[in-house]
Design a protein around this ligand. Sequence first.
Ligand SMILES: *Cc1c(COP(=O)(O)O)cnc(C)c1O
Length: 479
Amino acid sequence: MRYISTRDPNAVGLPFSDVLLTGLAPDGGLYVPQTYPQLSDELLDSWRGVLRDQGYAALAAEVLKLFIDDIPAPDIEALTRRAYTEEAFGDPEIVPVTRLGGSNVWLAHLSNGPTAAFKDMAMQLLGQFFDYELARRGGTLTVLGATSGDTGSAAEYAMLGKEHVRVVMLTPRGRMTEFQQAQMFSITDTHIANIAIDGVFDDCQDLVKTLNMDADFKATTHLGSVNSMNWGRLVAQVVYYIASYLRVTYSNDTEVTFAVPTGNFGNILAGHIAAEMGLPIRTLLLATNENNVLAEFFETGVYRPRGAAETLATSSPSMDISKASNFERFIFDLVGRDATRTADLFHTQLNEQGFFDLSETAEFEHLNERYGFVALASTHEDRIDTIREVFNDYQVLVDPHTADALGPALGFAGITDTPIIVIETALPVKFAATIEEAVGFTPPVPPRFATQLDGPRRVTDLPDDPDALKRWVTDWLSF
Ligand SMILES: *Cc1c(COP(=O)(O)O)cnc(C)c1O
């Protein structure tokens, strides 16, 4: 299996371990597999047994082996076993799937990881693969990132105790929830540094860009990232689609619908890949909040990313994204894997006019029937209603991101005979204020998070100044 850039007309192939440690391709494109491996009926049936008898980690290894041929199979098995433990995920099933009462709607719980959000599913595995590959190559990596909450803490918990990795995470000072601050700043691993920048999230992101543009600094500090464009994160996510499918169905004759809260198009892209591999998915319900760039594209054929100023702060904040960084991978498939055309859309047209328009194309006309997407955007009121309704009807509490998908899923349940699997992406405790507004009480803090909330905080305050940050990082790494 080789990987190609979505913008490379020569389709030069790289092995998995090379694209693992790289974010973007040098031409600005994203890496995708040359072809999607295909699932036969026999394979899915045997995986049903693997999941039942050996568990989630064993299934993950089987799926990953289809995408990775430059890491020995026993090593892949060891890495997934270390990533997906009951200790880290608080549940022996790792991704338990539960049914909402007697309805046809199921919840796939991806929120049981160390930071109580679905990004742990990919990050925990990425941490294992990074450390393994760096040890194999004899290198180190300094992960420099900016976060407004979820991604940063998931990355830090994934890199805990990883010998070959350092993490420097920039956060906007005083702008994260109490829970998020406690999770990140309570970490005591000396390889992990939290910096509170005197600014907003965009200032933090600009600092990351500025430091990455300094070639000397980048080389001497071995700067890298674990951003959402990393292929390793996506392949980890394909596994939970397959596992939930196997848990909900008895045979491969049953088609299912997945309802997916998505922002960067990362969560749902993994569903698209699973469908392209032949997992029996009839519909992918794409759920966004008020930041509806994706829903707009699926409705109109026009993709128009927005700037920071046009991005709304909503009550499902991890989906407050106005430029879907993984969308290019889907469009590459949509236009028949034509790299020249993908580069024209995402490089030339987005840069020159700020949008592209596929509404008049045959590909867009056949999109829904070919790929099964149905896109819907929710509002704050929709989320509140869904959280309240589901609590009243089923005594189940969901977080606002999950509610963005669960609301449309409950509506869809009346018009489809397929089981609907809703991807649950966070624990309600992370978004206590919204839960309180919906149901009138604060969600209980699970015991394993309680100690974090009370512990001491380790964080360094720095001004919004690239030179001060460079000096600090250089000093820190020299210890
Ligand atoms: C990141 C995140 C999402 C969206 O995932 P994408 O990869 O951006 O599609 C949804 N819910 C929660 C809680 C998240 O943290």
